[in-house]
Each structure stands twice: as C-alpha cells, then as structure tokens.
Design a protein around this ligand. Structure first.
Ligand code: SF4
Length: 130
C-alpha cells in the first residue's frame, strides 16, 4: 500500500502523525497495545483528567487482560474509556492515546478474549517491532 493519507484511509486506517509501526508476523496485539499504552501513560503531562486517568486505565487493564485476570466487561470498558478520552482533552495527545487503543480492541478483539478465556498466556506473548 503506498504511504499516504488517502491510501491509508482506503484500507481502513490513518496515517496520524506519519509514523508507521511495523510489527512482525506473530506479534501479540495485546502485548503491543500494553507497550503502547505504557508509553502514553508515561508521556501524558497529566493536565487533563481523561488523558491522565484514561491512559493509566488503558495500560493497567491491558496488563490485567494479559495476566488472565480481567473480565469481558473490563474488555468492553477499554472501548468506553478510550471513547471517553476522544474530544475531551486540550491537546491531541488524548486522541493519540485513544485512537490506537480503539483500533487494537476493534481489530484484534479475539486476541484480547483469548487471554480472558485462558486460551493464551502472558508468558508466551511476543512483541516483535521493527
Ligand atoms: S491531552 Fe495533552 S494536555 Fe491533556 S493531559 Fe494529555 S498530554 Fe497533557
């Protein structure tokens, strides 16, 4: 797919800040989301409650899912929390946090469910980012 705003839109995604993260085949999307949410949680300046609390919540809940200690309701709440950040912060960092979280949950929901149902284990998850 050619790299461009319109071409990315045609395949159902977006170019965002023009940074592309390439994940190798076999990378666990849940572990990738945890890694990304750890970054956003760390980098949030804390001024806006939705960004400060939401990024922390997204990170901790994803970690809980990986450990097989979360419920399906908490998985659904990931979606609600990310939506609650959208449009409710004073800078675009909030959207930068929420949009990939929403994409991970929407595109890879089965992988999230597999950890909750005990079909996958955190210790076996791999993160291969290039
Ligand atoms: S949205 Fe921007 S200003 Fe608000 S807490 Fe996050 S980084 Fe800070």
């Amino acid at each position: 797919v050619p790299l461009g705003v319109d071409t990315m839109r045609l395949v159902g995604t977006m170019l965002g800040t023009c940074c592309v993260t390439v994940m190798a085949e076999g990378t666990c999307p849940v572990l990738a989301m945890k890694n990304l949410m750890q970054f956003y949680k760390h980098e949030s300046c804390g001024q806006c409650t939705p960004c400060r609390e939401g990024s922390a919540w997204l990170y901790h809940t994803t970690d809980k899912i990986l450990d097989g200690k979360a419920t399906m309701a908490e998985l659904d709440a990931l979606h609600d929390v990310a939506n609650g950040i959208m449009g409710n912060t004073i800078c675009a960092f909030g959207e930068g946090t929420a949009m990939p979280a929403l994409a991970f949950v929407q595109k890879f929901r089965k992988s999230f469910e597999a950890y909750i149902l005990g079909q996958k284990k955190h210790s076996e998850a791999t993160l291969l980012v290039q």
